[in-house]
Design a protein around this ligand. Structure first.
Ligand code: HEM
Length: 87
C-alpha cells in the first residue's frame, strides 16, 4: 500500500509526523519506475500556487483543532474530508 510505504519507519524517521522539510524524503506518493505519475510536475506546481495564494490571502489561517476528518472508504488512499481552520 502506498500509504503504508510512505510511513515505513525503516525509511522515515518519525513517519507519522508531517515534516515539510524532511530530508531525505524518498516517498512514493507519485509512484515510481515506468508508471511514475505523468501529472506529478503539474500537481506539484498547482500545490505551490495554491499554498502561496492561500497564505497571501489568509495570512492568519490556523488550525482550530488538529483532529482531521479522513475519508477512508478507499482501501488504497485516504482523503481529507474536513479540517477545522480559522482565518
Ligand atoms: C497530488 C496529485 C497526484 C497524485 C498523488 C498522483 C499519484 C499517482 C500515482 C501514485 C501514480 C502511479 C500509479 C501506479 O503505479 O499504478 C500515478 C500515475 C498517473 N498519474 Fe498521477 N497523481 C496526481 C496527479 C496527477 C495529475 C494532475 C495527472 C494528469 C494531469 C496525473 C496523471 C497520471 C497518469 C496518466 C498516470 C499513469 C502513468 C502510467 O501508468 O504510466 N496524475 N499518479
Amino acid at each position: 500500500m502506498l500509504n503504508a510505504a510512505n510511513r515505513d519507519p525503516e525509511f522515515f524517521s518519525d513517519p507519522q509526523q508531517f515534516d515539510i522539510r524532511r530530508q531525505p524524503n524518498r516517498h512514493i506518493a507519485f509512484g515510481m519506475g515506468i508508471h511514475f505519475c505523468v501529472g506529478a510536475l503539474l500537481a506539484r506546481t498547482e500545490a505551490q500556487i495554491l499554498f502561496r495564494t492561500l497564505l497571501e490571502r489568509m495570512p492568519q489561517i490556523q488550525l482550530v483543532d488538529e483532529k482531521a476528518d479522513w475519508d477512508l472508504r478507499k482501501p488504497n488512499s485516504r482523503m481529507l474530508h474536513s479540517l477545522n481552520l480559522a482565518f
